[in-house]
Design a protein around this ligand. Sequence first.
Ligand SMILES: NC(=O)c1ccc[n+]([C@@H]2O[C@H](COP(=O)([O-])OP(=O)(O)OC[C@H]3O[C@@H](n4cnc5c(N)ncnc54)[C@H](O)[C@@H]3O)[C@@H](O)[C@H]2O)c1
Length: 278
Amino acid sequence: MSRDVILWAGAGQIGMAITRRMGYGKKIIVGDKKKENAQAIAKIMNEAGFDVVPIQMDLSSRESIRGLIAEGQKYGEISMLINAAGVSPSQAPIEAILKVDLYGTAVLLEEVGKVIAPGGVGVTISSQSGHRMKQLTPQEDELLACTPAEELLKLEMLQPENIRDTLHAYQLAKRCNEKRVMAESVRWGEKGARINSISPGIIVTPLAIDEFNGPRGDFYKNMFAKCPAGRPGTADEVANVAELLMSEKGAFITGADFLVDGGATASYFYGPLKPAEK
Ligand SMILES: NC(=O)c1ccc[n+]([C@@H]2O[C@H](COP(=O)([O-])OP(=O)(O)OC[C@H]3O[C@@H](n4cnc5c(N)ncnc54)[C@H](O)[C@@H]3O)[C@@H](O)[C@H]2O)c1
């Protein structure tokens, strides 16, 4: 029997929170670079009544992404994509951040866009970091949006001499995610499908806990203390927005990015988080 299939990349807290909202009655394939993460989260979900198949998948590899899609197609049509795979500035060097968060996301959106079912919908997790970086030129934004995925990492602006540190690489990757979503939404629209991104602020997950314990720990703790919400967020609060975007109520929303950051970006530009010099 053919089923509606959800492809879910990144077996972490944000991905699970979203999948729990959207996944009932559907076949769910979860791919993660660490197969044990995918297996552990599939066990939790399956014991809660979902139908999840865990596989090993590396977002930085087109072949591996095609493997995720092929696994899903064994069960039916791909009707949803939830991309919550990624590495943070304290978890990986510059090259890995660009390969996974920037290139990998671009390839995933492209490959799933080829097979998404009519009426299908996707969400990819970007970050407030993409909003915090200084504005790029319209030409740079367009390069991030439209350069063929295989050429992306050759762009001048992404060469090592033009990237200050892992945080800068992450900001560029997340800006690129938003731009790719805009460009891909045009192609997805030709199939009657929608794609959006969510840019969370600090959300308590293993990835954020690595940041709290990493070299920028105090910076992050200060960020949530001084944002209007005065606290970090939860994966379920990200899922609240994803549920709107992925349901019928979001039918007119595509190619858009949504900040869910407790106001941290607002405070960074116009409040107590504003740096002395930008
Ligand atoms: N937690 C936050 O504060 C926060 C804020 C903004 C954005 N984000 C973004 O949200 C997404 C999900 O993060 P999370 O906080 O749920 O983290 P998480 O650590 O709970 O989950 C991330 C998962 O991605 C997997 N992963 C890493 N590299 C991969 C690769 N190459 N291929 C496949 N899987 C890979 C990890 O193994 C992990 O299971 C990431 O893109 C992250 O950048 C998180």
